[in-house]
Design a protein around this ligand. Sequence first.
Ligand code: SER
Ligand code: ZN
Length: 504
Amino acid sequence: MFVRFALNADLHFSRELPPEAVEAVAKTVQEANTTLFRRGVPAEATEEQIGKITRWSADGSVVSLKIESGPYTRAHDALFRFRRSIVRAMGRHRLGLRDIRITAFRVLLPDELPDAAIPKVPFITTVHRLPGAVELELDCSASDLENRVPDRIVRLIEEKKEALSYGGKVEHWELVFESGAKPRVYSGNPTEEMLARGWIRHGASRGQWIYAPQAVQLFRALEKIVIDEIVTPLGFSEMIFPKLVPWEVWMRSGHAKGVYPEIYYVCTPKTRDPAYWEEIADYFKVTGKVPVEQIRERLDGPIGGMCYAQCPPFWPFVQGETLANDSLPVLVFDRSGTSHRYESGGIHGIERVDEFHRIEILWLGTAEQTIETADRLHEAYVRVFEDLLDLEWRSAKVTPWFMAQEGMVGGSGSAEVGTRDYEAYLPYSDSWLEFQNVSVNGNKYPKGFNVKIQSGADCWSGCSGIGLERWTAAFLAQKGFDLSKWPEAVARLVGEPKEVFRFL
Ligand code: SER
Ligand code: ZN
């Protein structure tokens, strides 16, 4: 059994077809079925697997077609191949094609699919369950068919079916490195201790902290270690990536496939005319309340969301470009702002928050250069965690971050492409905290943003996200708050914690 497609289409011409034009249609149909539709089809394909015009008629200015296919020269592909030859043939009779109307489109999937595998998208109008198969009726225009909507629906159903078969299975996780146990000097919860010492306070928004000077001293010390020990010696240059990400970027990065439950959405005012907003301001002045519902009515968008993965909004910088061989690998990083994730019930201490600070390292080049850069980063991280921070940590191969963010689970695909998570031991909760990652993302981003290399080699990229809250949480959970017990380099960079605030 194989997937089948069937469509009915009416081709509207500029005027009534004279008999000689009808004869030409017959010839064009014949020619399409015997040669045109067979181009590019593998030799082993059987007759009924290949697209075919199984019925046609001409009535006035309209030619009606029924096209059926299996997986080769799918009915809709056949329609557009046929369009080219019928336009040429009718042109000789001075007839122009004005419009193509799709009057029916059916897909037969040879599988008893679970309901949950069938997407709720507007194109699917009817679902018929047959023994051992499901037949979908689609409402598609000719331009939907040119946009390959039926093929995308079939692929989506396959993906959903596969995701369902994973069921509750956990994400891929495979240990790569373990530092071994380190002396335990502290067993408290660092967030609680930071709160008690006045290093942090809750922000007004959910999952958000206000960091006092003492906490920032530690943040900046850790950041300095990243810059001096990792980023600078390896030759990375600082850039500033945008922090508002429009749909155009997430469509290309793949985030549009699944990130919706976690986005902080961004809207724009319908107009910046103060008169349009006067009522809203006046309502607040009179009641002391902000009329959120009425504000919503005055907004456009959402136009996208706030920074989520940090590297996607870099890519428009190189979009559509060809990179000179001698500029590669390109090594850059960004530390210019926050990332935002709607974490729902998952907020925990400073480790899991809705607003966080991260240094995002990004590189691109050939496959070899990309993999080599990831290896050099691994080595630099090992040095920092072992010699400078003296952490108890481990690393593991996990589901690539872009797959996880697109809502997919499972293995990592190719051996070289994938994410390595770095995890630190938290004595207070006897658990492991993912505090950063390094990924080789293959050609995913260069492909999505159409970036090429001068030599013609496949362009690859990688990225590594260093979470400052997570580094801090890991470090304090293991080293505690007695600075005399901290690794010397960190203590020196942090200095005496500054007590700027005293409350009465
Ligand atoms: N962009 C990657 C991520 O979101 C690394 O920071 O995990
Ligand atoms: Zn990234």
